[in-house]
Design a protein around this ligand. Structure first.
Ligand code: DX5
Length: 243
């Protein structure tokens, strides 16, 4: 079984990956989620993030799998579910069936984190691990063979529109070094307060994938916002991104 869970490494190709821009629909008008998914796709987004909050792990309450499944019909770009829930294990199949190709979980919410990382792949999705600001990077260092995306949160989970924590940049840099040393093809995603004034700092620290919510609504158009964030991440990035 373990052999099936291991993914090949693509360390050579990793440096050529363009920066990915992932809009979060947390700050969308929930009455027009499908239309916003369609608009983000047309604007050049690489995928869409769903912040799944349970009113328990975080104080906010958001998207069930049926909402996501309904919006899945509105666009073709990938969906990711960022599960901010206690005991998310039972929910995993529902979010994969709803059309999420990547499922991100917080290790501190899991009874057996290593098992759950493998379980997400068994369900046919990619595995993401999200680290809250106070959660140490060391929690994932012995599970890199089971992880496709490592998310370093640059705000405390729960709400959009919070200020970017520049104090997370050393953690992003340490995550970059850990991934590079491992030889595994793991995306390094950042989320929280990413916008025109902060994306370069996160990119310079080593992130290659950028979730943005509030900031995208402040540009004249989603297309301009996505293009600007991608260009800034490309210019500031440590690695020779392809564009
Ligand atoms: C926190 C959320 C936010 C959100 C992005 O739980 O994960 O980080 O998606 O929102 P902004 O870009 O507004 O911080």
């Amino acid at each position: 079984m373990d052999e099936m869970l291991d993914r090949p490494t693509h360390a050579g190709a990793r440096g050529q990956r363009p920066p990915l821009i992932v809009p979060s629909v947390l700050t969308a008008d929930f009455a027009r989620l499908g239309a916003d998914c369609e608009a983000f796709e047309a604007a050049g987004a690489d995928r869409i993030q769903w912040d799944v909050m349970d009113g328990n792990f975080v104080p906010n309450l958001t998207f069930g799998p049926d909402v996501i499944a309904a919006c899945r019909r509105s666009c073709a770009i990938p969906f990711e579910a960022h599960l901010q829930c206690v005991r998310p294990e039972e929910l995993l199949p529902r979010y994969v069936e709803a059309g999420c190709e990547l499922v991100l979980v917080h290790p501190e919410t899991l009874r057996q984190p290593h098992h759950t990382y493998g379980r997400i792949r068994e369900l046919g999705a990619r595995t993401g691990v999200a680290l809250s600001p106070a959660t140490p990077l060391q929690l994932v260092e012995h599970a890199l063979d089971r992880i496709d995306v490592l998310l370093v949160l640059t705000v405390n989970p729960g709400f959009g529109g919070q200020a970017y924590l520049a104090s997370m940049e050393p953690k992003i840099a340490a995550a970059r070094a850990l991934i590079d040393r491992s030889g595994y093809d793991i995306e390094l995603e950042v989320d929280g307060g990413i916008g025109p004034d902060t994306v370069a700092g996160a990119a310079a620290a080593g992130a290659d994938t950028f979730v943005a919510g509030t900031a995208l609504w402040r540009y004249p158009s989603f297309a301009q916002g996505i293009a600007d964030l991608r260009a800034q991440a490309h210019a500031a990035g440590r690695r020779p991104h392809a564009l």
